[in-house]
Ligand binder design. Structure first.
Ligand code: SF4
Ligand code: SF4
Ligand code: SF4
Length: 252
């Protein structure tokens, strides 16, 4: 069994906005691309061009249709990767110490050379956030791009997780959730960010921003005309040169 640090100097993590995520999978592809060449590389694929392809992905996006009590159904795209939990059961269950949580920033990592591929950590993680690499037979997971965020060979703008850097919708944010004044903590406070499955007692560092309620059609009253804004005349009565032209053309 492996022990967790009592506390960590920082709580680096992600804030994912379920309101603006469009489910494009750009974060999935950039994650696979970066991590198949860097820390934990390669991420193997099985039968990639065959009838039953599968592979190792450290970040996945699932889409759900949700029916609110009132109004139209909503499509929610739900990106999921390791949440770098404070009370990470994947660490305490590990028999070799391969899984560990860093004191300096709270990132949960796997030391692959100590991993025996027993799979206990994947069983213990309530979020399904661990990936057994079927070729290498070792456990892999999101590293929060530990090889980017401190990498002085990269331009400063690139020193954040590749999923955050790539997201075209600005739905992913990275920072220190242990600092109440950080931009990510402020965002979580403003938008009512939530823990995923808090009842599991894992204290995930990553937070999710819930989708905002969508406009609903009025249940009574005049029928809602979605085309109305486009059917309004741009100018009721042409003026100036256009007015003169209009009148001149009417006479022809
Ligand atoms: S999300 Fe799962 S793999 Fe990541 S730290 Fe929490 S329990 Fe461990
Ligand atoms: S699969 Fe590897 S990291 Fe996971 S519990 Fe077993 S030895 Fe630890
Ligand atoms: S890249 Fe951004 S918008 Fe696209 S699926 Fe990922 S989080 Fe959602």
């Amino acid at each position: 069994m492996t022990t967790l640090p009592q506390t960590t100097d920082k709580k680096l993590g992600l804030v994912i906005d379920l309101d603006t995520c469009v489910g494009c999978h750009a974060c999935v592809i950039s994650c696979k691309g970066w991590n198949t060449e860097n820390y934990g590389a390669p991420l193997s694929d099985q039968d990639p061009y065959g009838a039953d392809p599968s592979g190792t992905f450290l970040n996945r996006v699932h889409s759900y249709e949700v029916q609110p009590e009132q109004g139209a159904a909503q499509l929610i795209h739900f990106p999921k990767s390791c949440l770098h939990c404070e009370d990470a059961p994947c660490v305490t269950v590990c028999p070799t110490g391969a899984s560990y949580k860093r004191v300096e920033d709270g990132i949960v990592l796997v030391n692959e050379s100590d991993c025996i591929g027993c799979g206990l950590c994947a069983w213990a993680c309530p979020y399904g956030a661990r990936e057994m690499d079927q070729e290498e037979k070792v456990m892999k997971k999101c590293t929060l791009c530990v090889d980017r965020i401190y990498n002085e060979n990269l331009p400063e703008v690139d020193r954040e997780p590749t999923c955050v850097r790539t997201c075209p919708a600005g739905a992913r944010h990275f920072g220190d959730l242990g600092d109440p004044d950080s931009a990510v903590s402020q965002l979580v406070a403003e938008r009512g960010g939530v823990d995923l499955m808090p009842e599991q007692g894992t204290k995930p560092v990553n937070k999710y921003l819930p989708p905002r309620p969508k406009d609903t059609l009025p249940s009574s009253g005049p029928e809602f005309d979605v085309l109305a804004p486009f059917l309004e005349p741009v100018v009721a009565e042409p003026k100036g040169f256009l007015g003169w032209l209009d009148k001149a053309l009417e006479k022809i």
